[in-house]
Design a protein around this ligand. Structure first.
Ligand SMILES: CSC[C@H]1O[C@H](OP(=O)(O)O)[C@H](O)[C@@H]1O
Length: 343
């Protein structure tokens, strides 16, 4: 199923907060609705929120009224979408690409501007699928025969325009007959692993075993994991990686057990403007996401909560970064610059 699709000047978005119980699409016709969908995580995953925001810019243009200044109006649309979530750089990469396209065509007539932005949003969406397939192909190199792969959160088709990054490597390994099984961390508090990764892999007929996050170390100690592959929300110039909360702990555990730890990410997740992981803004979300599961309270309603949605894994714990341009290995600063310096 598609994470999203465009039809009749409407963005149809798979509502991921309803998965795996319900497969339903919401119809979005305004940029404000797209912004709300990103904040509430109806759509989530770095490349997916970038693509959704790109379509949000198109809906913004389509909502323009002649009594306004288009530049100012569209800048407000851009800022509204930009301010939805702070960590995944793909959001800003996609919005900047849409703004650049707007500057290129702004002197054309309104219909041509809208058409050019729609084409750019579609390019961002469909390019991401191709990037993920390249990631999968490169990732095959690090997957041993009969591999058991552990992953965290959801870096699959549901986090992207399709195919997935970490799950792109899983899909490529499955297609090549190299995959034995996947262990999927449930990924508290919003359970992207339990709700989304388990769902996605079962849909594809891939052997997936769900574990609680706190079981990963024990599973590794039993010798059941050959490698760990996770996604990313931002990779900085020195190879530090922001990803779903719990990734850092997983990287430490993998190091302790001598298990290769790979990050899978497209070029649109590489942020050369940030020197290291210390510079990455970490989103803190609603405390009730921790106090509750769904609508059910599982802690005292007045208990204090700290709810960072991401953490940063230092480059020294990362065996390699699997990208659409190849596998980046240490020394990261030098090798990331070599592959991505020209963007
Ligand atoms: C392919 S990037 C997926 C990335 O995004 C997830 O975060 P969220 O579900 O909060 O958007 C998680 O960090 C995944 O690894």
């Amino acid at each position: 199923m598609d994470t999203m699709y465009w039809k009749d000047n409407t963005l149809f978005l798979l509502d991921q907060t309803k998965l795996p119980i319900e497969v339903t699409y919401v119809k979005l016709k305004t940029y404000e609705e797209v912004a709300e969908a990103i904040v509430s995580m109806k759509v989530r995953g770095a490349p997916a929120i970038g693509a959704a925001a790109a379509y949000g810019m198109v809906l913004g243009v389509m909502g323009f009224r002649n009594d306004q200044n288009l530049d100012n109006y569209l800048r407000n649309v851009y800022e509204t979408l930009k301010n939805t979530r702070p960590t995944a750089v793909n959001l800003f990469w996609a919005l900047d690409r849409m703004w650049k396209k707007y500057l290129e065509v702004k002197n054309q007539n309104f219909e041509e501007i809208a058409k050019a932005l729609l084409n750019e949003a579609k390019s961002i969406f469909y390019e991401d699928i191709e990037l993920n397939k390249k990631i999968g192909a490169y990732g095959l190199e690090v997957v041993p025969e009969n591999a058991s792969i552990l992953t965290h959160c959801n870096a699959g088709a549901l986090a992207t325009a399709g195919y997935g990054t970490a799950l792109g490597v899983v899909r490529a390994a499955f297609a090549a007959g190299k995959l034995k099984r996947v262990f999927a961390d449930e990924t508290r508090p919003l359970l992207q692993g339990a709700r989304l990764t388990a769902f996605e892999l079962l849909e594809d007929g891939i052997d997936v075993t769900l574990i609680c996050d706190n079981m990963a170390g024990y599973v590794m100690s039993l010798g059941l994991v050959d490698l760990v592959v996770v996604g990313a929300d931002r990779v900085t110039a020195n190879g530090d990686v922001a990803n779903k909360i719990g990734t850092y702990s997983l990287a430490i555990l993998a190091k302790e057990h001598g298990i290769p730890f790979y990050v899978a990410a497209p070029y649109s997740t590489i942020d050369l403007n940030l020197n290291s992981g210390k510079d990455i803004p970490i989103e803190e979300r609603n405390p009730d996401e921790v106090r509750k599961i769904g609508d059910r309270l599982i802690a005292p309603s007045k208990v204090k909560v700290f709810n960072p949605a991401f953490d940063v894994t230092p480059a020294k714990y990362i065996t390699g970064i699997i990208t659409d341009r190849g596998i980046v290995r240490p020394p990261y600063r030098e090798n990331i610059k070599k592959l991505f310096g020209g963007n």
